[in-house]
Design a protein around this ligand. Structure first.
Ligand SMILES: NC(=O)c1ccc[n+]([C@@H]2O[C@H](COP(=O)([O-])OP(=O)(O)OC[C@H]3O[C@@H](n4cnc5c(N)ncnc54)[C@H](O)[C@@H]3O)[C@@H](O)[C@H]2O)c1
Ligand SMILES: [Zn+2]
Length: 345
């Protein structure tokens, strides 16, 4: 639920849960920038507030254990409510901990990054990274409620905003030509929350609609993987080289690769590819491949269970904006061509 009235949204939680039995998980930045706006409405005991360090490195089993421990030591019970205030790292971890603590307690998401608002806090996936593999341990479980307060975006660094905006672009591409035009024409340079609300609301609705049709990702939810086959491989490759590449940036480049393949294999109109390339270049810049060949990137793709079937790759591609096809077989040669295209756009 998107709201400009955080006070009322938070107060409604007290109808079923006493404030004394609420717990809150945040990270350093959501603590710094957002926590006081929650605690001035809900006077949660300070011993019930747990702050983790920020960053994807924290999304691991040791953090999960420390949150379980914190709940046990502070006598959380089956009636307790866990508020997850933060970006996708906090919502993924908080949802997993709440889903497993005493066989599951209720939790509420209060996303504070754009990526968490339009993506991570919707769809009921929770989990953490293990043995170097992202999100490999997890569950499906829905929050009691999700409270989206767009003003939290005001303190978000611009590259984090852009990272989330790549998912907004992805949602527009799988939704309709009209939505795509809105998202490509939005002025990100002078980002104004009031002008962004409608796009934000529609982007959330696109994800909600798709996960409602296919909650456990058996078929059409794979549409949300658009741009992620190449995107995830780029992300993993950069990580393995100790070079930072934010998820959304990797997705933006992955989208260009997927659009290239869509033109080649499903006759997508070239104009869509060209419009998205100029948008990506303007805001995300270009990417160079620090590798001699694409072997390592391809090997990450081969390990991505969503992208591989026997020895072929499987992509979600577009015939036109809003008209996608899941599980399109793509040969290794075609993937190499797409990577070459992305690194030379
Ligand atoms: N469950 C799902 O379906 C799903 C979907 C997409 C992504 N994810 C997960 O989400 C994670 C990425 O989420 P993310 O991009 O939000 O990362 P994140 O949680 O690491 O947040 C990004 C950065 O922004 C900071 N931050 C958070 N709120 C802020 C605010 N209001 N002002 C200033 N700084 C703020 C954080 O401390 C962090 O440094 C990944 O782990 C990814 O796997 C999950
Ligand atoms: Zn993503």
């Amino acid at each position: 639920m998107l709201t400009d009235d955080l006070f009322t949204a938070l107060r409604t939680l007290t109808a079923d849960h006493s404030v004394e039995n609420m717990f809150l998980l945040a990270d350093e930045n959501s603590q710094k920038f957002c926590l006081s706006q929650v605690t001035k409405v809900l006077n949660i005991p300070s011993s019930h507030i747990y702050i983790i360090k920020s960053g994807e490195e924290q999304k691991n089993f040791s953090t999960v254990q420390s949150i379980w421990k914190f709940l046990i030591e502070n006598n959380a019970n089956r009636q307790s409510l866990l508020l997850c205030l933060g970006g996708g790292v906090v919502t993924d971890l908080g949802a997993f901990v709440a889903s497993t603590y005493m066989r599951g307690i209720e939790f509420v998401h209060i996303p504070t990054t754009l990526l968490a608002m339009v993506d991570a806090s919707i769809g009921g996936k929770a989990g953490f990274d293990f043995m170097g593999i992202k999100n490999v341990i997890g569950v499906f479980r829905k929050p009691l409620k999700t409270i989206v307060f767009p003003d939290f975006l005001l303190t978000l660094p611009s590259r984090q905003l852009l990272s989330g905006y790549a998912e907004v672009l992805k949602h527009a591409l799988i939704a309709s030509p009209l939505e795509l035009a809105e998202v490509l024409n939005f002025d990100l340079q002078s980002f104004k929350i009031a002008d962004f609300i409608e796009i934000l609301e529609r982007s959330m609705a696109i994800k909600e609609y798709i996960v409602e049709q296919d909650p456990e990702e058996k078929n059409i939810r794979k549409a949300l993987n658009f741009g992620h086959t190449i995107g995830h491989a780029l992300e993993s490759y950069f990580l393995s080289e100790n070079k930072e590449l934010l998820h959304g940036y990797a997705v933006a480049y992955g989208i260009v690769g997927a659009l290239y393949l869509s033109v080649k294999k499903l006759n997508l109109n070239q104009a869509v590819l060209q419009q998205v390339i100029s948008f990506v270049k303007q805001y995300y810049g270009t990417i160079t491949c620090p590798c001699k060949d694409f072997e390592q990137i391809l090997s990450f793709m081969r390990h991505d269970k969503k992208s591989v079937s026997s020895d072929e790759f499987r992509f979600t591609l577009l015939r036109q904006a809003g008209n996608y096809q899941i599980d399109v077989p793509v040969s290794e040669e075609e993937v190499r061509e797409a990577l070459d295209f992305v690194f030379n756009m």
